[in-house]
Design a binder for this molecule. Structure first.
Ligand code: B12
Ligand code: SF4
Length: 241
């Protein structure tokens, strides 16, 4: 009986489990397989995802919680190329996902990175909401039922295999019924920060921008440690510490 069940296990599930396990070891501890059609049906034309000619292809959203930081720090210390890189965390994520995709998927795959802004950024927060992984908050953050706003969205992996059946489960937004204490914090940060908003202007007012996440009652146990917060909000080079 057990054997029969193993034989009927869909390929997408095997691939997604193998890939997710490898990602977790690399510190990319949030993965969510989805049916590409589920996102593409509601996406604007040029924001649709490539599907290899299979409308129901497998997609996997990859993100991380605070668990990425210690794994990344070890890699940073061990790999000289990262120490001279202007964006070592983005480079770490890109290199690991390319390696892990080749090692575990065994099928053609494509990666769409959240940090790539040219020709235009991919709306990964909207994808996270469309696949019921994390809701989009009024303060423009993806909010997860367990981790609250304390997560990063890193990439989408598209795989040339039939994906899961479109799920009927629907995410209940943690923001529903919330009095939105993140909003006064966002308004204050916007008042204090010169426009146009940029990584530099946010870095000058890092504490005010961190306060937006701190205002959220969801996922407080997943708050980033200070060193990770400093890196994300001020871009202080790791070697400068
Ligand atoms: C460009 C960018 C920025 C710009 C945004 C400028 C702007 N007005 O859009 C700046 C430099 C200001 C910025 C700031 C921050 N960002 Co940013 N950013 C991005 C990036 C690379 C692209 C966003 C984008 O243009 N998407 C494409 C458009 C078409 O999508 P969209 O759904 O229409 O619009 C989204 C964003 O543009 C943004 N947005 C739209 N209008 C506004 C207005 C304000 C005031 C802000 C802050 C954002 C914002 O939210 C929209 C969804 O609500 C994304 C990664 C990604 N690929 O999405 C990260 C991303 C959104 N940022 C992220 C983070 C963490 C931040 C910061 C907290 C930290 C930091 N140091 O950058 C701050 C503050 C944000 C906050 N809400 O508190 C995370 C969010 C994680 C999460 N839990 O949701 C992302 C997903 C990156 C990641 N690797 O996880 N960011
Ligand atoms: S404070 Fe409330 S509205 Fe704001 S992100 Fe958190 S749950 Fe959503």
């Amino acid at each position: 009986m057990r054997y029969a069940r193993a034989l009927t296990r869909p390929e997408w599930q095997e691939l997604a489990e193998r890939f997710s396990g490898a990602c977790a070891e690399a510190g990319l501890d949030l993965t969510s397989p989805f049916n590409v059609r589920k996102y593409n049906l509601q996406a604007f034309g040029n924001e649709r995802l490539f599907d290899f000619g299979r409308p129901d292809a497998l997609g996997i959203l990859v993100g991380n919680t605070k668990r990425l930081w210690p794994v990344f720090k070890r890699a940073f210390e061990a790999e000289p190329a990262l120490r001279t890189d202007a964006n070592p965390l983005d480079s770490y994520v890109a290199a690991r996902l390319r390696q892990l995709g080749s090692a575990t998927l065994g099928r053609p795959f494509q990666l769409v990175f959240a940090h790539a802004t040219a020709p235009k950024p991919f709306p990964i927060q909207r994808l996270a909401e469309a696949i019921d992984f994390a809701a989009l908050s009024p303060s423009h953050l993806a909010v997860h039922p367990v981790h609250g706003p304390w997560l990063a969205l890193r990439a989408v992996v598209l795989v040339d295999v039939e994906g899961p059946p479109p799920s009927l489960a629907q995410l209940v937004s943690p923001c529903r019924g919330c009095s939105a204490p993140c909003m006064p914090a966002l308004r204050r940060a916007l008042e204090l920060t010169p426009t146009p908003l940029s990584e530099d202007s946010i870095a000058e007012h890092a504490a005010d921008w961190i306060a937006i996440r701190d205002a959220c009652p969801v996922g407080r146990a997943s708050r980033y440690e200070d060193e990770q917060l400093t890196y994300h909000y001020t871009k202080t080079p790791l070697l400068a510490r």
